[in-house]
Design a protein around this ligand. Structure first.
Ligand SMILES: [Fe+2]
Ligand SMILES: [Fe+2]
Length: 178
């Protein structure tokens, strides 16, 4: 089998594998956003921003920062290794989203992006909190996409909104591992 390169148009990362992974292992974007690297436009994130888009990107960065840190906090718990590993991965996906929004706003990543934050204290209550956060992010990004005037921004918010909706289903699955 020949190892191939697939580049994600949402986060810009290159996946190395035998076939399209189905969704991006880095940002979670769906398979339709993968293509051959030669089709990737490296200037894709150079966009003119309106004041509203700027504010919506700032809100997006804050949401991803808070969620990545919350999941890192969950991943510090030692009593369920399946959930620890799952939420550690989820933290990395949210950190990747943060990084995409930072690139679009042309700012550096928050210094504490990978510092674990306080959680609610138990797996069950943390997963309930996660469900709230993921539902909120799904709806908020859909609304940011709807009012964005720039095509790239619309595409990114819609793609990431779909990823956060996937995370809602992941929380439901996680409850079966309590
Ligand atoms: Fe990606
Ligand atoms: Fe996210």
């Amino acid at each position: 089998m020949q190892l191939k390169m697939y580049r994600c148009r949402i986060c810009g990362e290159t996946y190395l594998g035998y076939e399209n992974p189905g969704n991006c292992p880095f940002c979670g974007a769906h398979a339709e956003f993968f293509g051959p690297p030669e089709e990737f436009d490296a200037s894709i994130n150079t966009v003119e921003l309106t004041e509203i888009e700027r504010g919506d990107l700032e809100s997006s960065i804050e949401i991803e920062r808070a969620n990545a840190r919350f999941y890192l906090g969950m991943a510090e718990r030692k009593d369920n290794d399946t959930l620890r590993s799952t939420y550690k991965r989820l933290a990395q996906v949210e950190a990747e989203h943060c990084s995409v929004f930072c690139k679009l706003l042309k700012v550096g990543k928050p210094a504490d992006l990978l510092s674990p934050a306080e959680t609610t204290g138990t797996w069950a209550t943390d997963i309930a909190e996660s469900l709230k956060r993921e539902n909120r992010a799904t709806a908020l990004y859909a609304s940011f996409a709807a009012r964005a005037t720039n095509e790239r921004l619309r595409g990114v918010w819609n793609a990431i909104s779909a990823v956060e909706a996937d995370h809602v289903t992941l929380d439901d699955l996680a409850l079966t591992y309590l």
